[in-house]
Ligand binder design. Structure first.
Ligand SMILES: [Zn+2]
Ligand SMILES: [Zn+2]
Length: 305
């Protein structure tokens, strides 16, 4: 799958660039030709870099020494993700993964393809032969963004080229006709690009919707589990995502980083080694390492009513 995606991307990019854009549009040296040339090359480079980062990045491993917070800390946090009811004893107990034989932090899930628990797991993606989780979701969103730009840029170049040919044919300008070689390339690109642009755009739209509300794909699919759960010994009815911080900007910051100037650029800085160990650690370090996530004030209000 990885080889297939890289091969298809390079095929579309190189044929659009060297068989359509450079021979036809580039000699005109218009603003449009320069802009298309720049955007096409930059977006394809950025999509490939982010694709590589998605594949090689660790999506998020649970520390072997991770322990759920003590009961006193649970008083301050929604237990929905920390605890589950043991059906045998009907007692609340911390989430425990029997396959990995360790406790699961909030938002972590066991991936049966990767055979381990993944921090803030979004989904397992066969496109990248890896899970999308806390460690690489930012790369995945950037990869989708630059894929959309690259694909739509190719579509625009092909549409612009076809428009010139059609207008030339209508007006009888034989010098604007397409040669058979170029025609074959255009037809092949249309066949490959149509499903690709549809899929990438839909996936990107879906990821952006989740990003704006700070929700993972798994959480979105299991939305009903927010509806009612136990907190500090009482039942709480909650129909909202507790990790939604209330405004889209802060939600995006949770995944793409603090500074919006770097949201779309590749980030080669991998997560720092944990300086924390034990149970009563620094929440910020927990947060950076994907073992803890802040909850929205709207939810905190409901919990402390
Ligand atoms: Zn596990
Ligand atoms: Zn996986």
């Amino acid at each position: 799958m990885v080889v297939c995606i890289i091969g298809t991307t390079l095929f579309i990019h190189l044929t659009t660039m060297f068989c359509i854009l450079v021979p036809w549009l580039w000699p005109l040296r218009t603003l449009l030709s320069k802009l298309s040339f720049l955007v096409l090359n930059a977006s394809t480079s950025l999509l490939l870099i982010n694709y590589y980062l998605c594949i090689v990045s660790n999506p998020g491993t649970v520390y072997s020494y991770y322990q759920p917070p003590p009961e006193t800390a649970l008083e301050l946090t929604p237990v929905m993700d920390y605890l589950e009811v043991d059906p045998a004893t009907d007692v609340l107990s911390p989430h425990y993964c029997h396959s990995c034989q360790r406790y699961k932090p909030p938002r972590a899930h066991h991936c049966r393809y990767c055979s381990r628990c993944i921090l803030r797991m979004d989904h397992h993606c066969s496109w990248i032969a890896n899970c999308v989780g806390h460690g690489n979701q930012a790369h995945f969103i950037r990869f989708l963004f630059w894929s959309c730009i690259s694909c739509w840029c190719c579509v625009l170049v092909i549409v612009a080229r076809l428009e010139v040919v059609l207008v030339g044919a209508v007006r009888g300008h034989s010098n604007l006709e397409m040669e058979s070689g170029e025609l074959i390339i255009v037809c092949m690109n249309v066949v490959v690009l149509t499903p690709m642009v549809t899929m990438v755009s839909m996936l990107f739209y879906n990821q952006i919707q989740l990003l704006l509300t700070n929700e993972t794909t798994i959480e979105n699919l299991k939305k009903n589990r927010y509806s009612s759960y136990s907190y500090a010994g009482r039942r709480v009815d909650l129909n909202e995502n507790p990790y939604d911080l209330g405004n889209w900007f802060e939600n995006v910051q949770q995944v793409l980083g603090e500074n919006p100037l770097f949201w779309l650029l590749p980030n080669f800085q991998f997560h720092s080694k944990p300086s924390w160990s034990g149970v009563s650690g620094d929440e910020e370090v927990w947060h950076r390492d994907g073992h803890w996530f802040p909850i929205g004030t709207h939810v905190q209000r409901i919990l402390h009513e």
